[in-house]
Design a protein around this ligand. Structure first.
Ligand SMILES: N[C@@H](CCC(=O)N[C@@H](CS)C(=O)NCC(=O)O)C(=O)O
Length: 279
């Protein structure tokens, strides 16, 4: 089954957002167009399987369960890892249940969460990623040396601590409709610094480290999808980061797992707008 992109997205806003309807419609259009372009860029032809791989139970084996949201960059990195390691039949990817029910299973209420079927339920995408590597060492997505492994962890950590903190601040500002200039400046600076520091640790175009897919690419290639967030504040996130731009374009062209991960985010984002939810 090939992934498909939702065809008709209403652009009017009747969802009680704090943003005025016209601004909301404009925001939806911009995000939708970005998602559509991205989906095309990622190439549906190379997306071999559907959005949600399911586990095939057999014998006494109980597949682990990854609670997922298609739009989440944190879930996306675990989905790319599962796909690249061919673990679809060992880790079932399921949509997050309604939040009240989910909180009885996962205390943080956040996705991703992994039910390891050992009594341990893990949260935090990076912790989940390393647990998956420990449990399923074949087709390792770790570095080939302690130094490359350290760079992989560093790229993921900078991405989470700086880049995504900045994206979170800007997303809150955009959704609230009440723009605080100092918060926007803080968010943009975190993103710019984070991207610069990541760039300094990249091998070059292609893959981030070791010339092959690693956990750094699972997180970075999907995380950079969210660079569109700065456009709403008149800033191109990639300005001054040509190496990172080159990396991003190359990895989406060359790696089908990363391309599929981004196409899934684009599809989920369009579906959210189709359901008239705040993008
Ligand atoms: N640092 C966490 C971030 C997880 C996170 O923020 N997940 C969001 C979705 S992108 C979520 O579940 N939000 C719901 C909530 O905060 O209640 C990770 O890496 O897993």
């Amino acid at each position: 089954m090939s992934a498909t992109f939702p065809s008709s997205i209403p652009t009017s806003s009747a969802n009680g957002s704090a943003l005025p309807a016209l601004v909301m419609a404009d925001t939806s259009n911009k995000i939708l167009n970005y998602a559509r372009r991205h989906f095309a860029l990622c190439g549906t032809a190379r997306i071999a399987t559907g959005n949600r791989p399911s586990a095939r139970g057999g014998g006494t084996f109980m597949a682990m369960k990854l609670y997922d949201a298609g739009i989440s960059p944190f879930c996306a990195r675990n989905r790319v890892q599962i796909s690249a390691k061919g673990l679809e039949h060992k880790i079932e990817i399921v949509p997050r249940p309604p939040i009240d029910q989910f909180r009885t299973i996962v205390v943080t209420g956040k996705v991703p969460a992994l039910d390891t079927r050992t009594g341990l339920i893990l949260v935090e995408s990076d912790t989940i990623a390393h647990y998956i590597e420990d449990r399923f060492p074949a087709t390792s997505l770790r570095g080939k040396s302690p130094e490359s492994d350290a760079r992989i962890r560093l790229i993921c950590r900078i991405l989470d601590l700086y880049f995504f903190t900045g994206i979170g601040i800007l997303t809150f500002q955009r959704r609230s409709g009440v723009i605080q200039d100092d918060r926007v400046a803080e968010g943009l600076a975190l993103i710019d610094n984070g991207m610069g520091w990541i760039e300094a640790h990249l091998d070059g175009a292609g893959y981030a480290v070791d010339g092959r897919l690693t956990l750094a690419d699972c997180a970075l290639a999907t995380g950079l999808f969210f660079t569109f967030t700065t456009e709403f504040f008149g800033v191109s996130a990639f300005a001054g980061h040509d190496r990172l731009r080159g990396y991003y374009e190359a990895v989406l062209q060359s790696d089908p797992h990363c391309a599929r991960g981004n196409a899934q985010i684009a599809t989920a984002m369009a579906e959210r707008m189709q359901n008239q939810q705040t993008p």
